[in-house]
Design a protein around this ligand. Structure first.
Ligand code: HEC
Length: 168
């Protein structure tokens, strides 16, 4: 009798696993699809650690016109493709990912300067956000952060907004 119950239990478990596998297979894996609630919850939970727990520190690079221009150039070259020239995120005309490309502008974005630096340096695994650890040096990353803090700014070439001597 015990054996029979165990057999039924095993069969039920097998069916459940098979069902899970088949639905996993048949999932639409397109990056322009919004996944189901369970995946969204798990992904959000897993990725919440990516913001960085680095010590708070203000941007050490001064917002001079030269630094802003360099930050602007780097941003256009490395980030605008995904985050949009004005930093409002992809979507309208840009490439699509899931998780989607977030806006870099408050109120959607509440990252501090150091958290932003951390994300740019480390990237976010399992998302489209690359690590710029090899592509940009420390100072360049801070310059990009300077520029991101000025967004959404007029992006007219060569005329970055005037420096105000500190973070907004
Ligand atoms: C190939 C596309 C792509 C490129 C290029 C890219 N990003 Fe991202 N970025 C993403 C995606 C997708 C996310 C969302 C990751 C997630 O869900 O945690 C992201 C997240 C971020 C975040 C975290 C936002 C938040 O609120 O948590 C910051 C900051 C950021 N990117 C800045 C940049 C900067 C600055 C650059 C250029 C140096 C850049 N990214 C280049 C796709 C990209």
């Amino acid at each position: 009798m015990k054996k029979a119950i165990a057999g039924v239990g095993l069969a039920l478990m097998g069916t459940a696993i098979l069902f899970a596998l088949v639905s996993f297979w048949r999932e639409n894996w397109g990056a322009n699809q919004t996944p189901g609630a369970v995946e969204r919850f798990l992904a959000g939970w897993l990725l919440s650690g990516s913001r960085g727990q680095s010590a708070e520190m203000p941007n050490p690079v001064a917002p001079t016109a030269a630094n802003l221009t360099e930050g602007h150039d780097l941003y256009l070259k490395q980030c605008a493709f995904c985050h949009g020239e004005d930093g409002t995120g992809g979507g309208r005309s840009g490439v699509q990912f899931y998780p989607p490309v977030p806006s870099l502008i408050p109120p959607q974005n509440q990252l501090t300067d150091s958290q932003m630096h951390y994300v740019i340096e480390q990237g976010v695994r399992y998302t489209a956000m690359p690590s710029f650890d090899n592509a940009l040096n420390e100072e360049q990353i801070w310059k990009v952060v300077l520029w991101v803090r000025r967004l959404p700014a007029p992006t007219t070439e060569g005329t970055p907004p005037p420096s105000d001597g500190g973070n907004p």
